[in-house]
Ligand binder design. Structure first.
Ligand SMILES: Cc1ncc(COP(=O)(O)O)c(C=O)c1O
Length: 381
């Protein structure tokens, strides 16, 4: 830091320069992100509450009330309007917190999750000295239930099912996990992405699997408003069936006002009103429209993938579509040089498009000829 403060205009110029180096959703090249441009209501609310800090909730009773309302709205979306929980910094924090609670409540060490689970579960195991027990996948890339049943034991602290896997967007058979766990073994569902998609797909008439508190065995659910919820970053949420789960991690620091029952101390809280405003303004109809439009583009993208000779490992179940590649790393690198930010998967080896609201038909039409060229050059088609 300089001894003397720099000129404000000079600093702003520097910021503008940095901003211009970033990629922006509106520019159309981002095909691999699970976030999107937040809803205008989220942006307005976020800047209005920029001072809020729910780490010291007694100073922000208004923001705290909005957080309670957000949890109630998310709970009712996930078939439990009496759910407990809090807004987090995202799916990673929610998943780590869920395993923290499971560890506290059960005093056990093993965490059973599918190979397709988000890497936050490995982070959580590392942090808390838990033992990961990975379960293989069936031909549709879902957790193998027979293997899970074999490996769930009296050492299990938590079983994890995923509703909308990060790579392929498929959902594990959570109904079967719920039966196996039978309200005795802690069952956590990671619906970070699928939580704002599956309920609306169901309303649109798609055949969707049950994955949430409707299933008796489900103890906690991760759902991210900053993904398909259209809220401002960072906004995740962890929802819990029982109050005692929240109590198991509660602290009442003497120097602060109120209780903390989460990993963060001071926490970004502006995204709480951001989430509240977005959910209120959009309503179920608004989200259904967004999901419908993302699915239309998803099917269009998968059709265009097939037209240029690419194969899909699975038909899309939500707005994620992958195409098999012999060398996805090389393809992603070459597309990156042309300004296309698509991602890749490990198992199976694919390029992966996440069809968020900023990915329009026009974006697909601009992308496919470039992809075709790169795939031809590299012998993929
Ligand atoms: C299924 C799933 N869970 C958890 C996460 C982690 O979310 P975050 O990046 O918000 O921490 C992701 C992120 O892509 C995800 O897809």
């Amino acid at each position: 830091m300089n001894k003397k403060g720099a000129r404000y205009s000079q600093v702003m110029k520097e910021l503008k320069n940095a901003y211009e180096q970033d990629y922006h959703f509106k520019d159309g090249g981002i095909l691999g992100s699970m976030c999107t441009k937040p809803h205008p209501a989220a942006l307005k609310a976020h800047s209005m509450f920029i001072e809020s800090n729910l780490g010291n909730p007694g100073l922000y009773p208004g923001t705290k009330k909005l957080e309670e309302k957000v949890i109630r709205m998310l709970g009712s979306l996930l078939h439990n309007k009496n759910a407990y929980g809090h807004v987090t910094g995202g799916g990673t924090e929610s998943n780590i917190t869920a395993l923290w609670i499971a560890k506290k409540v059960t005093k056990k060490k093993e965490v059973v999750f599918p190979e397709s689970a988000h890497f936050s579960f490995h982070k959580a195991c590392d942090l808390m000295d838990l033992t990961p027990v990975e379960i293989g996948l069936d031909k549709n890339y879902r957790m193998r239930i027979d293997e899970a049943e074999d490996k769930i034991s009296d050492k299990t602290a938590c079983v994890v099912g995923v509703a909308g896997t990060t790579e392929l967007g498929v959902t594990d058979p959570v109904d079967k996990l719920s039966d196996i766990c039978n309200e005795k073994t802690f069952l956590h569902v990671d619906a970070a992405f699928g939580g704002f998609v599956l309920p609306f797909l169901k309303e649109l008439g798609y055949k969707t699997p049950d994955f949430d508190f409707k299933l008796k065995g489900v103890c906690s659910v991760t759902i991210d408003p900053h993904k398909m919820g259209m809220a401002s970053v960072p906004a995740g949420a962890l929802l819990l069936r029982e109050k005692q789960y929240l109590k198991s991690i509660s602290r009442k620091p003497v120097y602060l006002t109120g209780v903390q029952a989460c990993i963060s101390g001071t926490r970004c809280s502006a995204s709480v009103p951001g989430t509240y405003a977005t959910m209120k303004v959009l309503g179920r109809d608004g989200y259904r429209r967004i999901v419908k439009s993302c699915m239309d583009v998803t099917f269009y993208l998968s059709k265009r993938f097939k037209e240029i000779g690419l194969q899909l490992p699975v038909e899309p179940e939500m707005n994620i579509v992958c195409a098999r590649m012999k060398n996805p790393i090389r393809i992603v690198k070459e597309l990156d040089k042309k300004g296309w930010k698509i991602s890749k998967t490990r198992k199976p080896r694919c390029i992966r498009g996440v069809v968020m609201p900023h990915v329009t038909r026009k974006v697909v039409d601009d992308f496919i000829p470039e992809l075709k060229k790169v795939c031809r050059k590299n012998g993929e088609i």
